[in-house]
Ligand binder design. Sequence first.
Ligand code: 5GP
Ligand code: MG
Length: 179
Amino acid sequence: MNENVERILFTEEQLKARVREMAKEINKHFNGEPVVVVSVLKGSVVFAVDLIKQLDMPVSLDFICASSYGSGTISSGKLVIKKDVELEVEGQNILLLEDIIDTGETLHEIMKMLKGRGAKSIVTAMMFDKPARRKKAVQADFIGFHIPDEFVVGYGLDYDEQYRNLPYLGVLKRSVYEK
Ligand code: 5GP
Ligand code: MG
């Protein structure tokens, strides 16, 4: 285990197994209809890679980079689009992938934007849901795991761009960011 991780919440095996279940649910939902998968950079990339390999409908893949965090652990509530979706959204079924939903601000803003561009449908899948600090009600269609109100890293999630490569989800030691 990484020396800055206090404890592991989900092992690599648990995460893989849950993603397999989610893919089955998502396949059932779309029933062969084509989807544009939109992965929110950078956190959801690991989840996206694991998930799309198990989707059985025609899939195209795109990315959006919207950030509200910077290097801190508290959301400012302001969303900045750093990289936009390049594929056509209008008339498409969108499967929006997020690593974690905390306040809900990020997902809320991205949904609003994609709806405004005339998506046929938008379905959301998030690997982790941290409901304790929710400010905006969000549409959560597929959820991997609910987690407690702690700052987690690994499986794509970072602290100051580190730890995304950890194959498990762990709670970061407070001493790392409380100095
Ligand atoms: P929201 O807009 O829902 O408050 O925040 C969503 C974004 O905040 C996520 O995409 C993620 O980048 C970041 N975030 C929220 N909670 C955590 C956490 O516990 N760990 C990490 N690494 N990022 C988090
Ligand atoms: Mg993020």
